[in-house]
Design a protein around this ligand. Structure first.
Ligand SMILES: Cc1cc2nc3c(=O)[nH]c(=O)nc-3n(C[C@H](O)[C@H](O)[C@H](O)COP(=O)(O)O)c2cc1C
Length: 199
């Protein structure tokens, strides 16, 4: 393929990862919800990229538990309802400059429904087809950037909507589809292209 290539300096590099809604526990026992797109999963480890200026980071440092709720494309408007808010008060200057406002009642604002978790204190989100209860095993701030933390979590408990389960312990990729954050725009997946030899 003869493709012309150009050097660029993009202001963001969000090249298309699933959206998650991270539940963390506030000081008063209520649950904060934070939309994130920086995560990856391998075995029972899910690694999160979390801004150090937000409430999710503050809560994880103090309480070290979370639920990684994974919405499907039908829930994008609910996610977006949370996008301009932070659970942090006072709102940090940088967030204020970007137009963020303080909001504590994230469930009410998003129109999503809380459900008690089994192994952790923050609530799960009923409407999210995959809900992963986890604990922080390691929280690290990279030397080259104080603005976000790499949080390694250990999975404790996985819940899934019955309609996306195949057999006993598998998610059916024909029935499940993540919500993708693609350079600040929401997308669903296209149709299947094929499968790997281990599928
Ligand atoms: C779809 C989407 C994806 C986002 N991804 C991330 C992310 O990966 N990491 C992060 O720190 N913030 C991310 N943000 C920004 C946070 O949601 C935002 O900072 C929010 O105020 C966090 O809420 P909190 O301060 O109550 O934790 C994302 C926002 C949206 C809407």
């Amino acid at each position: 393929m003869n493709q012309k290539i150009k050097d660029i300096q993009p202001s963001i590099l969000y090249y298309g990862t699933p959206v998650i809604l991270l539940s963390t526990l506030n000081e008063d026992g209520s649950t904060n919800l934070s939309p994130l797109s920086s995560s990856w999963a391998l075995g029972d480890c899910i690694v999160l990229g979390v801004s150090t200026g937000g409430k999710a980071f503050e809560n994880m440092q103090r309480q070290k538990q979370c639920v990684i709720n994974v919405p499907d494309p039908s829930l994008w408007r609910h996610v977006e309802k949370l996008a301009s808010f932070t659970g942090k008060q006072p709102v940090p200057e940088e967030k204020k400059r970007l137009g963020f406002k303080y909001l504590k009642e994230k469930f009410a604002a998003s129109g999503l429904t809380p459900a008690a978790s089994h192994s952790v204190n923050p609530d799960r989100i009923t409407e999210c087809p995959i809900q992963v209860e986890a604990e922080a095993a390691n929280i690290r701030i990279p030397e080259h950037s104080p603005f976000f933390a790499v949080i390694e979590t250990k999975v404790l408990h996985v819940h899934a909507h019955e309609r996306i389960i195949k057999g006993e312990n598998h998610i059916d990729p024909e029935k499940w589809s993540p919500l993708i954050y693609n350079f600040r725009h929401y997308f669903g997946l296209g149709s299947e292209l094929g499968k790997t030899f281990r599928a």
